[in-house]
Design a protein around this ligand. Structure first.
Ligand code: UT7
Length: 327
């Protein structure tokens, strides 16, 4: 048990909403295909001229405001993202600068596919438990619209942009992280990747011409692994927490595909009305998916004091995991 409190949540979705109908005007796809295969109806996309960090800054400000955590009290900032603001120095420094964290707290990025936010929760919890920080800010932020090939119907329809944040503060043993299960399956690293732009294959005229800077995905392969990964991690985290699945009040799965979520719920035998979903409006926002969902549920009053909440995700790597919290 790691004693901590989610003292505040926040989220930001760009103003521009793009519907399936909008996409079907320029792409060989249809609202019917996207809706029935994924559950997605629309997504928010960031304007090309807006720096993505502004989304994370807005979400973090909201979380800090609700937590009553002023900038100079932040002792740790972890940013989960797959596509950083710049390759060097990543996203965290940009968000720290935007938040005015002038007292030089530690900040860094975590890259763990779409499971990045779940990994960040576990890392922040461990750092808080070891006394490195008494409070922490975690931001999940993604602007994948900048890295999807808008001519590839197999990927571009799936993703949306956004950011979510939580402010954590130390608390007694009555609430906090009850159980964690994190995994990585490197045999599956080829399922989701952006092959060029890193040190293995730096940008060149050839990499641009061959479209290697765009996200490549073996959708079927991801789909088949996703359910068993989240199932395994959730069962393990519950066992480590010493609880049964029936004790979990709310399950917040990564919003990648409604059919994946429904298959997971069926396999776990978990009540569907205790599973939170916003994929229809938000699509797959990768690392931002769970904190956005969490913020919406907190603001709606769905999640309340003492509730047991399970956050589960999978993604590139393949990284996957579950964190179970008592609210
Ligand atoms: O955060 C993790 C990120 N990724 C995921 O979680 C993705 C996991 N995978 C999935 O969600 C599903 O595999 C997809 C939604 C990506 C695809 O669904 P599927 O049922 O696995 O379809 P498929 O890839 O087997 O494709 C079936 C057909 C193909 O046509 P043919 O070859 O049978 O003629 C595709 O070309 O559907 C076609 N298709 C489309 N048609 C209309 C693929 N994308 C589209 C589209 N609109 N957008």
């Amino acid at each position: 048990m790691i004693g901590l409190r989610v003292a505040g949540t926040g989220s930001f979705l760009p103003e521009r909403v793009v519907t399936n109908e909008d996409l079907s005007r320029t792409l060989d796809t249809s609202d019917e295909w996207i809706r029935t295969r994924t559950g997605i109806v629309s997504r928010h996309l960031l304007d090309p001229d807006t720096p993505p960090a502004t989304m994370g800054i807005a979400a973090a400000r909201e979380a800090m405001g609700r937590a009553g955590l002023p900038p100079d009290a932040v002792e740790l900032l972890i940013v989960a993202t797959n596509v950083p603001e710049e390759l060097i120095p990543g996203s965290a420094p940009f968000i720290a600068a935007g938040l005015g964290l002038h007292h030089e707290p530690p900040f860094f990025d975590i890259k763990a596919g779409c499971a990045g936010f779940v990994f960040a929760m576990a890392v922040a919890g461990a750092m808080m438990a070891s006394g490195i920080a008494r409070n922490a800010l975690i931001v999940g932020i993604e602007a994948l619209s900048r890295f999807v090939d808008w001519g590839d119907r197999k990927t571009c329809v799936l993703f949306g942009d956004g950011a979510g944040a939580v402010a954590l503060t130390a608390a007694g043993e009555e609430r906090g992280i009850l159980g964690v299960s994190l995994h990585g399956d490197a045999d599956k690293l080829g399922l989701l990747r952006i092959p060029a732009g890193g040190v293995r294959l730096p940008a060149s005229a050839e990499t641009v011409a061959s479209r290697k800077h765009f996200l490549q995905m073996k959708g079927r392969g991801v789909y088949q692994s996703a359910v068993t990964m989240m199932e395994r991690a959730t069962l393990e985290a519950a066992e480590r927490a010493g609880i049964s699945l029936a004790d979990i009040d709310w399950l917040l799965p990564h919003q990648a595909n409604l059919r994946i979520i429904e298959a997971l719920v069926r396999r776990l035998g978990f009540p569907r009305d205790r599973v939170l979903v916003n994929i229809d409006r938000v699509a797959n926002t990768s690392t931002a998916s769970i904190p956005i969902l969490l913020d919406e549920a907190v603001r709606a009053g769905t999640i309340g004091d003492g509730d047991i909440v399970a956050l589960t995700a999978f993604g590139a790597g393949a990284c996957y995991g579950t964190v179970i919290l008592r609210w």
